[in-house]
Design a protein around this ligand. Structure first.
Ligand SMILES: NC(=O)c1ccc[n+]([C@@H]2O[C@H](COP(=O)([O-])OP(=O)(O)OC[C@H]3O[C@@H](n4cnc5c(N)ncnc54)[C@H](OP(=O)(O)O)[C@@H]3O)[C@@H](O)[C@H]2O)c1
Length: 274
């Protein structure tokens, strides 16, 4: 990135560190990044590991930055914003919030000015550079700021822009909670493999590689997942028998219902902070 903006990460936990490390791997200048926290020893380790600046002073960090990334837990957000609000200059700063369930309007309300705000719903694979996040920008965010927000999140995976903030709840139900759906599938397949006589280590190796292989094929193919499924399902073969068994227990409706439940819960959680 040329003429990189200065970034202040408010909260230097798992998600902030994943993004910081992704940015550094992409060649982002460590001098252009500052992260804050409440525990000096944790900040010292982070500074030594990465070469970025660290501080326990949220206001000072914001004053140095062009982009402020709010990366504390949702329940800490209001208190944290109240500590730094007076340092925010609406004409200069872009706010990016990673907090689940807190609306852009709630954030600007706590800040006390209608500043440019991007809401981001990341997911845990961001910790290994394979994240999938949804982004929503309020009306104050310029195209240039949108491009900067996108560059930051692309340091840890892919991101998509959402035209409506309510779609953040859909992203939560798909990619936010999605890793757990796949972990459950892996768990079930490992248990199934053991039942069929494989040992735990063999079962895990085969299941994980199969998940990775299927995802990689789906990503690199022009065909849809449905077409790929049909292509690997020979008439009267073993896969067909397994898929028939899935259909008998209405597998697709089970998945859709689970995602609906996550969506509903995301909407309920959003109401807690409004
Ligand atoms: N992790 C995920 O997979 C994930 C997924 C989607 C969304 N998110 C969102 O990402 C945000 C961060 O989550 P996380 O998992 O990274 O949390 P985390 O690991 O618990 O990190 C939170 C950080 O905030 C710091 N902190 C707390 N109060 C602070 C304050 N007043 N000023 C400065 N720093 C403060 C904590 O510092 P101390 O340790 O010193 O207290 C800690 O480093 C959350 O809002 C969450 O909703 C995370």
């Amino acid at each position: 990135m040329s003429q990189a903006p200065t970034l202040a990460f408010i909260g230097a936990g798992n998600m902030a560190q994943a993004i910081i490390k992704g940015l550094l791997q992409q060649g982002y200048d460590a001098k252009q990044i500052i992260a804050t926290g409440r525990t000096a020893s944790k900040l010292a380790v982070l500074a030594a590991d990465t070469g970025i600046g660290t501080s326990m002073d949220n206001q000072a960090a914001c004053q140095q930055a062009d982009i402020i990334i709010l990366a504390v837990k949702p329940q800490m957000m209001q208190t944290t914003i109240s500590q730094l609000a007076s340092a925010i200059e609406p004409q200069r700063h872009l706010i990016i919030s990673l907090a689940a369930g807190i609306l852009a309007n709630t954030i600007t309300g706590w800040i006390g000015s209608d500043c440019a705000t991007v809401r981001c719903m990341p997911n845990t694979p961001a910790l290994v550079g394979m994240g999938a996040s949804g982004l929503y920008a309020n009306g104050q965010v310029s195209d240039r700021q949108k491009a900067m927000a996108e560059q930051i999140m692309q340091a840890v995976g892919i991101s998509i822009w959402l035209p409506e903030e309510t779609l953040i709840d859909a992203v939560t139900a798909v990619s936010g909670s999605g890793p757990a759906y796949y972990f459950l599938m892996m768990e079930a397949m490992i248990a199934g493999a053991e039942k069929l006589g494989l040992d735990q280590q063999q079962a895990k190796a085969l299941v994980l590689q199969t998940a990775l292989g299927a995802a990689t094929m789906a990503q690199h193919s022009d065909q849809s997942p449905a077409q790929l499924r049909v292509a690997v399902t020979s008439p009267k073969g073993t896969t067909e028998q397994a898929l028939r068994s899935f259909a008998e227990s209405d597998y697709q409706a089970t998945i859709a219902n689970a995602m609906g439940a996550a969506y509903q819960r995301s909407q309920e959680l959003a109401k807690l902070f409004t």
